[in-house]
Design a protein. Structure first.
Ligand code: SAH
Length: 233
């Protein structure tokens, strides 16, 4: 009980700091950050660092849970609304998927609210993300699937399915099936660049199917590995 209280305090302090830095702005994103317990998504031996504003390693997988300020920037840029269907590439711990679900489906009703589909290629992280989402009450709102997210979900489907698509790994370019699977009027966020530094790009699909793009900020993500990403070497 005491430990839970301390995490809640730390969560509130983190939110205050992110507001002060100007990255947390909207009431929906603030509420999501105050609600989702990051300590349940970090690797078990990292709990005491859960509220540091830094990426943390996910065990020995070589992958990381992104820094809270980066997740906040992405959530703010997505202009999420209740009821939306969101595709995330790179489930990792499941933390950013849970925050997204908290915004698109705050009540948690399975059939009436928004949904998040998150794809992960590392088998042990699929299990990790699923169990984290289960214990924090997001399993009904977030579907974790195994696969190569560079091909979208369903793989290589050419239909316009999603209101929002977010890639949480560094891509050499925007995968073609992600562009196809975004609805008109939708937003696609993706870090594009080399393996050291990327530009977080915000692509908006117009009604005529063309894209407008905007550079949000520079960032550093682990690589997006797959058919339409970096090769696994
Ligand atoms: N959103 C995560 C952080 C993700 S780190 C969180 O909140 O914890 C990036 C993740 O993308 C890693 O787990 C990595 O394994 C995964 N990844 C890389 N390439 C991928 C691909 N082609 N398809 C699905 N997942 C991929």
């Amino acid at each position: 009980m005491k430990i839970e209280y301390e995490f809640k305090k730390q969560r509130e302090l983190m939110v205050k700091a992110l507001i002060r830095e100007g990255v947390l702005k909207s009431k929906e994103v603030k509420r999501a950050f105050l609600t989702v317990p990051r300590e349940e998504f970090v690797w078990p031996d990292m709990k005491s660092s859960a509220y540091y504003d830094t990426p943390l390693p996910l065990g020995a997988t070589g992958q990381t849970i992104s820094a809270p300020h980066m997740v906040a920037i992405m959530l703010e840029e997505m202009w999420l609304e209740e009821g939306m269907l969101v595709l995330e590439i790179g489930a990792g711990s499941g933390y950013s998927a849970a925050l997204t679900a908290e915004i698109v489906n705050p009540t948690g009703f399975k059939d009436s609210g928004g949904q998040v589909v998150t794809i992960e290629r590392v088998r042990s992280l699929i299990e990790f993300a699923k169990s984290n989402l289960e214990k924090t009450g997001y399993a009904d709102r977030v579907k974790v699937v195994e696969g190569d997210g560079t091909l979208g979900y369903p793989e290589e489907c050419e239909e316009e399915i999603y209101d929002r698509i977010v890639v949480t790994a560094a891509a050499p370019k925007t995968p073609i099936f992600l562009k196809k699977q975004l609805k008109r009027g939708g937003i696609l966020l993706i870090p594009v660049g080399d393996l050291y530094i990327q530009r977080l790009m915000k692509l908006t699909k117009s009604e005529d199917g063309s894209f407008k793009s905007k550079h949000v900020c520079d960032c550093m993500f682990v690589p997006l590995i797959g058919c339409d990403g970096y090769q696994n070497s």
